[in-house]
Design a protein. Structure first.
Length: 319
């Protein structure tokens, strides 16, 4: 058996994923009202294929010493249904609390890979007073315990040419050349907002894949001003149709990494195919104010795929 930690990547219910993505970074979510505050987050997809033994949600929480009745609950969402662990009484010391689901709480059966990929995780916080925040959480993640089957590969595809739409400005050279680096280079080169159509998509290299678990677009972006609303949209184009996931800027003027993934091809509703990966384009949409144009310095795609052993194993896992 092996295990994998999966961090949060986007908000699903309430806001604050970037505050609990990592621990000990001086960012927290917290509750004021004397009622439960609920958070749910999209998490990074697993980079493995196998049989699932358990899924455990962790949250690091604590409270002010004056509020001994503060509490927390771990949360998971599967099949559009939210399940919660027991109430945990918090202390004044930051502590990791957890809840393990050995089977899917909706089906009562072993977790499938599709269920693990789609699951959302979160935390609920409660404090008995409501004058100001005295109950906090600064890290939420989940751990998946599994038995690996076959060989899993994560292929990284970086822009290698212009795609069908070029709607951003380039700081230098071609748009795709401003975002194709292996390591993001900040303000060295980048694309930035201009008027409609507000987004680029880029051509990608082809790669031979096995059975595809998911496709993700990762971008590194920042705003150039505070006090306004900025949007960053991770784009894909498949079957001549564009799809995107929108994130709102939270760390004004600081570079942030935005991730979004599609387990199924959004056009067909079915598993991705080799032809669809060959034809895929990906990019970035930038929205806000052209007088303070937001920027993107890196775009790339991850394709997670697996191959089964040459001699099929006896276990059959759902997907």
């Amino acid at each position: 058996m092996v295990s994998s930690d999966l961090s949060v990547i986007a908000d699903a219910e309430n806001a604050g994923w970037y505050k609990v993505e990592v621990a000990d970074d001086n960012k927290t979510i917290g509750v004021i009202a004397n009622t439960w505050g609920n958070w749910m987050f999209h998490k990074a997809p697993p980079e493995f294929y196998g049989t699932i033994n358990s899924v455990t949600v962790y949250a690091k929480c604590w409270r002010h010493n004056s509020f001994p009745a503060s509490k927390a609950k771990m949360r998971i969402k599967t099949h559009d249904t939210v399940y919660e662990g027991s109430e945990e009484t918090l202390t004044g010391t930051a502590t990791y609390y957890s809840k393990t689901w050995s089977t899917n709480p909706y089906t009562g059966n072993a977790w499938t890979m599709a269920e693990v990929i789609d699951a959302q995780i979160g935390v609920a916080l409660y404090q008995p007073e409501y004058t100001q925040v005295y109950t906090w959480c600064d890290h939420v993640y989940c751990n998946v315990d599994y038995n690996s089957i076959g060989t899993t590969t994560v292929s990284i595809l970086r822009p290698n040419g212009a795609g069908d739409t070029t709607g951003n400005n380039a700081s230098a050279g071609s748009n795709y050349e401003c975002v194709d680096e292996g390591s993001q280079n900040g303000d060295t080169d980048y694309v930035y907002l201009k008027a409609s159509p507000w987004f680029d998509v880029y051509a990608l290299p082809t790669v031979t894949v096995g059975n595809i678990l998911w496709v993700a677009v990762i971008t590194v972006c920042r705003s150039t001003s505070v006090g306004n609303t900025w949007y960053f949209d991770n784009y894909i184009k498949t079957h001549n149709t564009t799809y995107y996931h929108r994130e709102v800027d939270q760390e004004h003027k600081n570079w942030m990494t935005f991730t979004w993934f599609w387990r199924l091809n959004p056009n067909t509703g079915s598993a991705w195919t080799q032809t669809e990966i060959n034809d895929l384009q990906a990019g970035i949409g930038l929205s806000g104010y052209t007088s303070y144009p937001n920027r993107c310095t890196q775009v790339f795609v991850k394709v997670c795929h697996y191959k089964l052993p040459s001699h099929p194993r006896s276990q059959i896992i759902g997907f």
